[in-house]
Write a protein that binds this ligand. Structure first.
Ligand code: ZN
Length: 308
């Protein structure tokens, strides 16, 4: 039985055995009411509707062994998977998956009273050969004599996690040997690697010229390299120009990694002078815009990035 919680913004499970893949990394889950609860880790739980055979990937599912029940969250289904959900008279839940498949949970007479839906009709799809969800999945190795059955997921993973549309085009054009002429059947669950490794983009502001009213509102930052090291051994330069008064600061550095420690120090000094930094503008294809360290740093500092 899973608790259908309209207010929950994530899926919760209290059984490790429910996970298809699991990352034992503790995290805090923020609830819609503003409070936070601790989860021991998170992962992917797959459930299958026995009548329609549609598999629903519940991602991210948080592991909370002390939680009294497993929680199913229509909000998370909408937010993370773009499924639409519709509760009819609080009796019956209709789910439309992102590729248009529909399933509805039969009405349960108790539901309108206690908000419990009969989700035990859903089967938890478990890892095929793993009884211990904590063990890392063992990749199958195919030798020259055995033949891997090429599925959409395997092809997607071998081709650098490309999009389904690109893979379909490659099949139609027969771009590679052994790709089927007809595109693969569509996937019923997402690629766990794509979900886990998803790049976090910082909030981007529009690149428009606007009136700057104070210092720190917009900093132009560039980081560039020299082909010949300076006498003191510097190989790159961080330059920062304030958009309001065009004040310039430069910091030479001895390596090509984004100098986050310098930026951290610089922003702290500005903060001390009551100049909080709101936006930074960097080159579209520069060393900074392409650095996930730098963009993560901005996210952490709550600074929006603009690109030229
Ligand atoms: Zn992938």
């Amino acid at each position: 039985m899973e608790h259908n919680d309209g207010g929950a913004n994530c899926f919760i499970t209290n059984h490790l055995s429910h996970f298809t893949s699991y990352i034992p990394k503790p995290l805090q889950v923020r609830q819609l009411n503003g409070s936070s609860i601790n989860a021991l880790g998170y992962g992917l739980k797959l459930v299958q509707c026995p009548t329609t055979k549609i598999i629903i990937p519940l991602w991210p599912t948080c592991y909370m062994p002390t939680n009294p029940q497993c929680t199913f969250s229509p909000t998370a289904l909408k937010h993370y998977l773009h499924y639409s959900t519709n509760t009819i008279h609080l009796e019956c839940l209709h789910i439309t998956t992102s590729n248009g498949q529909q399933l509805s949970l039969p009405s349960v007479k108790d539901h309108s009273i206690n908000q419990l839906l009969d989700y035990h009709k859903f089967l938890v799809v478990k890892p095929i050969s793993s009884s211990d969800p904590l063990s890392t999945p063992i990749p199958k190795v195919f030798s020259a004599n055995s033949e891997a059955s090429l599925t959409r997921l395997l092809a997607h993973q071998r081709l650098a996690h490309n999009s389904d549309e690109v893979l379909d085009t490659m099949c139609r054009n027969q771009s590679l040997l052994s790709l089927p002429k007809q595109p693969f059947p569509s996937r019923s669950c997402p690629c766990i690697i794509c979900i886990t490794a998803k790049f976090m983009h910082p909030p981007k502001a529009k690149t428009t010229s606007y009136v700057l009213t104070r210092r720190g509102q917009l900093l132009h930052i560039d980081f560039w390299f020299w082909s010949i090291p300076s006498i003191q051994g510097f190989t790159s330069l961080l330059s920062i120009i304030d958009g309001k008064d065009r004040m310039l600061w430069t910091f030479p550095t001895a390596n090509k990694r984004p100098p986050l420690a310098i930026l951290d120090y610089f922003f702290a000094i500005l903060e001390k002078h009551n100049i909080p930094v709101c936006n930074v503008r960097v080159d579209e294809d520069g060393a900074l815009a392409n650095s996930s360290e730098f963009t993560d740093f901005l996210v952490q500092k709550k600074i929006a990035m603009e690109t030229t």
